[in-house]
Design a protein around this ligand. Structure first.
Ligand SMILES: Nc1ncnc2c1ncn2[C@@H]1O[C@H](COP(=O)(O)OP(=O)(O)OP(=O)(O)O)[C@@H](O)[C@H]1O
Length: 224
């Protein structure tokens, strides 16, 4: 079973949008063997990425980050569930940056999201925290120019953050090469499966190497 880190609101917590620093209002459930790591320094994160994280203004990991980052960077399959605004997008972004080898100019991580906005937001956060480590990220989403996708992918990127349809298209054209992908993240996995992306996700999955690490990040709706 993959380790699970679940952060849920306490019954009394009422604010509609919380920041990650409201963690004292949350309750936590984690599967056995998941440790709580209270600082980014203690996570074994590379120096240049740490600089990016602190430079972005993060001082201390949020509750979900304290529980899920270490298992993800250790290569485990993780299910992370936490409500909106608790730092999940940032968690994915910094974990993915940590597992990338920037000397290898191939796609090593693929993040699938149900919406273009979410895929683009993840691209942006990753570019910000990965600022000092020269990570190249491309948002491969429907509605944008296919020619631009092809140009970017052929120039070589380390991470693709995209929506299932466009990613699937790029893989089938062999523009998005999958042989070096070691990490797949399904963002709002529950949402994607109910939105009818199941066949496309399965299609993408068939092209990925067998020794793949998979992380599921569940939607905020799954926390209520
Ligand atoms: N460790 C941290 N320290 C300070 N701020 C943080 C930290 N982690 C995330 N944030 C900030 O908190 C906000 C929410 O984080 P993020 O977008 O990663 O959460 P999320 O759970 O994916 O939210 P949503 O579901 O709303 O997209 C963002 O503004 C982000 O920059």
């Amino acid at each position: 079973h993959p380790p699970q880190a679940r952060v849920s609101p306490m019954a009394a917590a009422g604010s509609s949008r919380r920041g990650p620093m409201d963690d004292d209002k949350l309750t936590f459930e984690t599967s056995a063997g998941v440790d709580v790591v209270g600082s980014f320094d203690a996570m074994g994160i590379r120096e240049d990425l740490l600089r990016g994280i602190y430079g972005y203004g993060f001082e201390k990991p949020s509750a979900i980050q304290q529980r899920a980052v270490v298992p993800i960077i250790a290569g485990r399959d993780v299910i992370a569930q936490a409500q909106s605004g608790t730092g999940k997008t940032s968690m994915v972004s910094l974990s993915v940056c940590q597992v990338i080898d920037t000397n290898i100019h191939e796609v090593q991580a693929l993040i699938l999201s149900p919406t273009r906005e979410l895929a683009t937001q993840t691209e942006r956060v990753m570019q910000a925290v990965g600022n000092y480590m020269s990570v190249s990220v491309h948002a491969c989403v429907g509605g944008k120019s296919i020619g631009e996708d092809i140009r970017k992918l052929e120039a070589g990127v380390h991470v693709v953050s995209g929506t299932p349809g466009r990613v699937c298209d790029m893989i089938k054209r062999r523009t998005l090469r999958t042989r070096a992908i070691k990490l797949l993240v399904l963002d709002e996995a529950d949402e994607m499966l109910t939105r009818g992306f199941k066949d496309q996700i399965y299609d993408v999955y068939r092209y990925l190497p067998p020794e793949l690490q998979v992380n599921f990040k569940l939607s905020p709706a799954s926390c209520y």
